[in-house]
Write a protein that binds this ligand. Structure first.
Ligand code: NDP
Length: 245
């Protein structure tokens, strides 16, 4: 990936940070977009120091087209082109469907689904003009199989899978590939909130018997973003220890 430039949304921590670090290790310059400016800049500076690639960290709210456009202008001024976009920013606001607050539905759909569309629209334009690009969206297995207590989250991630297929079809003839990964249960701040009992129940549902790691997700994203996947588009790859098959 030497000479390539990659944007990772929500890249300041968790799975997004692991993805940013792996792409940097593979030679890409990385641009971290995160809602908190200090965290975006700190993560970008740490990657530059540890791995020695060029980085940029910007405060971006993926739900706001103006915020994305401003950050993209800054990235284009600094780097000249964007080769890879990883739409990773995502949140949960769990609750049973009949008790779910409208604001929790709206927030999760705005960040997890509309945010992917906003970033794909802005960065996709640049890639289409260059006739080159790879976009990887972070969905979830619950977008495929549903999950009690996650009506908003599972709907947003199912939406991401549909959006992946449509953008793949629209962009295919102009050299831009779009794929998704659907992680199962991955050890991060998001899953640290689970009780021991919930974690035990989860392990029983996973054929490989354990939660995954952010690096497991990063490996699959790096593959889909690289030329090793140059004939793959519109696909969703499950990273879930065999939960969904
Ligand atoms: P984290 O909460 O650790 O990281 C998400 C990042 O996105 C945070 O840095 C967060 O910033 C940022 N973010 C939130 N809202 C916005 C916004 N509006 N604009 C820009 N950035 C934003 O989550 P994970 O690393 O666990 O998850 C990453 C992705 O993987 C998500 O899409 C998630 O749905 C998906 N996923 C995770 C699984 C898991 O088991 N952990 C399983 C399946 C999918 P801030 O720190 O301010 O909140």
């Amino acid at each position: 990936m030497r000479g390539e430039n990659a944007i990772i949304t929500g890249g300041a921590r968790g799975i997004g940070e692991s993805i940013a670090r792996l792409l940097a290790k593979m030679g890409a310059a990385v641009i971290i977009w995160d809602v908190l400016e200090d965290q975006a800049k700190a993560a970008a500076a740490a990657i530059a120091k540890d791995i020695g690639v060029k980085t940029l960290g910007s405060a971006v709210d993926v739900t706001k087209a103006a915020s994305v456009d401003t950050a993209l202008d800054a990235a284009m001024k600094e780097f000249g082109k964007i080769d890879i976009l990883v739409n990773n920013a995502g949140v949960t606001r769990d609750g049973l469907l009949i008790r779910m607050k409208e604001e929790d539905w709206d927030l999760v759909l705005a960040i997890n689904l509309k945010g992917v569309w906003i970033c794909t629209k802005a960065v996709g334009k640049v890639m289409l003009k260059a006739r080159k690009g790879a976009i990887v969206n972070i969905a979830s297995v619950v977008g495929v199989m549903g999950n009690a207590g996650q009506a908003n989250y599972s709907a947003s991630k199912a939406g991401v899978i549909g959006l992946t297929k449509t953008s793949a079809r629209e962009f295919a003839q102009r050299g831009v590939r779009v794929n998704a990964v659907a992680p199962g249960y991955i050890r991060t701040a998001m899953t640290d909130k689970l009780s021991d009992e919930q974690r035990g129940r989860l392990r029983n549902m996973i054929p490989m018997g354990d939660l995954g790691t952010p690096d497991d997700v990063a490996d699959a994203v790096a593959f889909l973003a690289s030329d090793a996947a140059k004939y793959i588009t519109g696909q969703t790859l499950n990273i879930d220890g065999g939960m969904v098959m």
